[in-house]
Design a protein around this ligand. Structure first.
Ligand code: DC
Length: 213
């Protein structure tokens, strides 16, 4: 079974994808991490994330970079969003994601274009969303609690602005923009706690599977 989990930043899609993978015993790939690694590699190389050539060169980042805690920072998220605009970068990362999705046992992948581009043939497609305010608040709580490895003192309004800018870039890019696949089930996690969001997603997958039998 392939499960595609898409949605905007801080919607809860990563948490949900991880929980689905554990529940159904499937391997999980956070595809955003690949784009974050490309963004970070560009910065390490002293390149320009808005230059397609520099970004493409950074796609051959070493695998060890995927374990760098710095990838989870807001800065890396912003760089990832910028390099992800380039079609050459998306193409360079396609094979790795597609191979992961096609494992015999199945897989859970989360990102922006899993249900539309990477695995349009996925058995279940979820699109996880939440209001900008709810997402900014979650991200702020994570950051100020030191969940990304160190405590960061940052105003909530700044995170909100950053999320809006990132949404705009992800939605308006020409190649594989962020959007729900026509056959995706949309789950709005605004006002849901972590447990409830996970329970809803598990139930959605279960119902989908039962209906397909
Ligand atoms: O999910 P995330 O916040 O880690 O993603 C960071 C950026 O990477 C996001 O703003 C856009 C890009 N991305 C993408 O274009 N396609 C994906 N499948 C995953 C992430």
């Amino acid at each position: 079974m392939i499960i595609a989990v898409d949605g905007p930043t801080a919607s809860g899609k990563g948490t949900i994808a991880k929980a689905l993978a554990a529940h159904f015993g499937l391997p999980h790939l956070d595809t955003g991490l690949l784009y974050r690694a490309v963004g970070r590699q560009v910065a390490l190389d002293g390149g320009d994330p808005d230059c397609a050539e520099d970004a493409l060169a950074a796609c051959s980042f070493p695998d060890a970079l995927l374990d760098d805690p710095e990838l989870r920072s807001e800065e890396s998220g912003g760089l990832a969003s910028r390099v992800s605009i380039h079609p050459a970068v998306r193409q360079a990362l396609y094979a790795r994601q597609r191979a992961f999705a096609m494992q015999p046992a199945g897989a859970v992948l989360d990102g922006r274009d899993i249900g539309t581009v990477i695995a349009p043939d996925a058995d279940v497609k979820l699109f996880i969303t939440a209001s900008v305010q709810a997402r900014a608040r979650r991200r702020w709580l994570e950051m100020t609690a030191g969940d990304i490895g160190r405590e960061i003192d940052i105003p909530l309004a700044e995170i909100e602005r950053d999320i809006v800018a990132r949404d705009d870039r992800d939605i308006s890019r020409k190649d594989a923009p962020l959007r729900a696949a026509a056959d995706a089930l949309v789950i709005d996690t605004t006002g849901m706690n972590r447990e409830r969001a996970i329970a809803e997603a598990i139930e959605a997958v279960r119902m989908h599977r039962a209906a397909a039998r």
